[in-house]
Structure formats: structure tokens, C-alpha cells
Ligand binder design. Structure first.
Ligand code: SME
Length: 171
């Protein structure tokens, strides 16, 4: 447990086998959010934790549901498009279907929204709390086929750890 600077986070080895990496990531997220109720701060730290722990990615962060569209939330990476309509792009499609989308080649995904021209593959996990869609977690990589079923499982576990710890009405 690393308590430097008052931040509680378990040490994560980005090169660990993915099962171990994602287990440590979920535990680290729970520790990082413990005792803090500010939703924006917690989402910002969650994106930073992912950005530090995942190798070979160029963007990770949140789009939050605002009315009928997704709006950019806390993230790590280059500035990104701010608004995505439901059903549009990978994010809007995952949100509309409420299911994880794993896209090995973004250029082969009809309607993919290219925020960072370096992105080659992408995974988007919807965030559903108490039956309501709240947004998505989006992770991009400059490497084709970067994400597989282990990443899907691990990132869904990350979102499952995050979801009950955020006051979604406050973001
Ligand atoms: N590629 C996404 C847009 C968000 S950026 O990748 C950060 C999409 O098609 O929805």
C-alpha cells in the first residue's frame, strides 16, 4: 500500500499478467476512492490510474450521459471530441446497446469517430448504475488488436468497482 502524498493506491506492475494487473487495478481503485465522495475527483483519479497502469494505450477516460448525448468527462490523452450522440461512433453505440464494444480495427468500424488519429483499436464499456445509463469508459490504443477478452473482463470489473462508488447525480 502506497500512502505517499496521502494517496492510497496499491502498487501496480503494468507488465504483470493481465489477470493480476486487472485484479490489482480494481483493488487499487477501491482503495483510491475510499473515504472520498467527490464524484469528479474520483473519476479524474480513476482515469489517471488506468492511464498509469495500462501499457500501449494513447487515450483513456469517460464520456458522461448528459440528457440525450455523451459529453467528455475526466480523461488522459490528447484533447478529444466533446459531444457524441447516442448511437454514434464506438462510444455512442456501446452506450445505446448497453454492452461492451471491443473494436480490434477502428478503421473497420462504420462511423468510428477519430478523436486521436493515432488510435487503431478501442474498447468501450458502458456504465449503468441502478438500471440507468450514466456514461461509458473508453480506452484507445495505437496498436491494432490491442484489447482482448481479458481486457474486456478486466475493464468491466474496473467499471463494476467504480460504479457504486460514484454519486452519478453529482457529476
Ligand atoms: N473513438 C470514439 C470517440 C472518442 S475518442 O476515441 C476519445 C468513438 O468512435 O466513439
Amino acid at each position: 500500500m502506497n500512502r505517499m502524498l496521502g494517496v492510497r493506491a496499491i502498487e501496480i506492475d503494468p507488465s504483470a499478467p493481465r489477470g493480476i494487473l486487472y485484479r490489482d487495478l480494481a483493488a487499487s481503485l477501491a482503495s483510491l476512492l475510499e473515504g472520498e465522495s467527490d464524484a469528479l475527483a474520483n473519476l479524474a483519479n480513476a482515469s489517471a490510474l488506468l492511464g498509469q497502469a495500462l501499457e500501449r494505450i494513447n487515450w483513456c477516460g469517460f464520456y458522461l450521459l448528459r440528457g440525450e448525448e455523451l459529453v467528455l468527462g475526466p480523461f488522459q490523452g490528447k484533447p478529444a471530441c466533446v459531444r457524441i450522440a447516442m448511437g454514434k461512433g464506438v462510444c455512442g453505440t456501446a452506450a445505446a446497446r448497453r454492452e461492451t464494444l471491443l473494436v480490434p480495427d477502428v478503421n473497420a468500424f462504420p462511423g468510428h469517430i477519430a478523436c486521436d488519429a493515432d488510435s487503431r483499436s478501442e474498447i468501450v464499456v458502458p456504465i449503468v448504475a441502478g438500471g440507468s445509463l450514466r456514461g461509458v469508459l473508453d480506452v484507445d490504443s495505437p496498436e491494432p488488436g490491442r484489447f482482448d477478452s481479458e481486457d474486456r473482463k478486466g475493464l468491466e470489473a474496473f467499471v463494476a468497482t467504480l460504479t457504486p462508488r460514484i454519486d452519478w447525480d453529482a457529476v
